[in-house]
Design a protein around this ligand. Sequence first.
Ligand code: HAM
Length: 417
Amino acid sequence: MLTQAPKGTKDILPSEVYKWQYIEKIIAELCRNYGYKEIRLPVFEHTELFQRGVGDTTDIVQKEMYTFTDKGGRSITLRPEGTAGVVRSYIEHGMASLPQPIKLYYNITAYRYEKMQKGRYREFHQFGVEAFGSEGPGIDIEIISMLIMLFDRLGVKDIALNINSIGCPECRSKYNEALKEYLKDRLENLCETCKTRFERNPLRIIDCKEEKCKTHTVSAPALIEHLCEGCEQHFEGMKAGLDNLGIAYNVDKNIVRGLDYYTKTVFEFVSKNIGSQGTVCGGGRYDGLIEACGGKATSGIGFAIGIERLLLVMEAQGISIPETQGIDIFVATIGDKAEKYAEKLVYQLRGNGINAEKDLMKRSLKAQMKYADKLGAVYSVVLGDDEVDNNKAVLKNMTNREQREVSLDSIIEELKK
Ligand code: HAM
């Protein structure tokens, strides 16, 4: 126990962190290009926010949240996703009074007590965006195009965009009647959780992960066939906008998404490369969420992409990620005098923005040079008493093995070149 990370969590070791840093850099550039500003939020929130936001008939709230009572007696939950927290922050900080739309992005860890499998963890990472205040389909098109561009910049191919509309509360109430009519004779065959969903939120039954519920809902009526005129127009407008940008999509009437806040547009990006957990990204519109959380009625839309799943797709497609460079120079030493000199030299080199290392393990010269190679040093220099006394040393290029004499005073300038 003591020496094993909890089930469903993973360490990101120094040997692989460069992949994460690479993706985060591309995300930051993309968000700058699209005018989305970063927001950083607490890892935990009041439990009620997720009950109200994500929805208390969802799998996430009913089965998967890490909830505890803190020492002050408050019910606290580790965020299972990012949207609810961003909405809370939008309301708390009065962002509605700023010029709209408000466009935000985040890179977060999220927590869900789920059955572990490839691509499904209990702590995972999401890059997400949320945009508030714009009602028309233009913003739907913008955020979907952002994902297309992200995949393009990362070199990810063959990732299908599936879209659907699940309408507004008006379409939903009419649809619920049709769905309940269909489900009522099948109710006995559904799981216990779905039986309780029948009256409160029958749409959730369509999204249940239990096999027996899945089989009994395959031919259930689809929400997209019950859209009101406004929702229909919104959906048509979005499809026309995607066509205009040359973005290919499939309309998948089975997408309902696992969170309650969605209205109108919902979408997912799915890869066939990574097994059953192929949904790399999910998102959609949530025009009623801000009001439900205590703000004034404002529309919203966003998505979140799972970084672990994105990395699995990149790996499956053989996409190589450039590794962070090794160090610029290794300063090897022989003897105490050179050691003292090297301590100061390395300090000065680092102060000048040069990535410098020296031995800290009392290695022999041969072992120091081997270590320099392992660190991927571009240059090395060997200092002994003579070098320090004469203020001269041999600078060696570790890749092409070229050597030249340099004065120790000018080594910083030489390396900066
Ligand atoms: P979600 O579909 O629950 O949506 O999650 C989005 C993505 O997070 C998934 O497509 C998947 O890549 C990743 N993900 C979810 N659960 C896990 C898990 N247990 N292990 C690994 N990866 C996982 C949301 O979270 C919404 N907040 C998205 C959104 C933002 N909608 C509007 N704005």
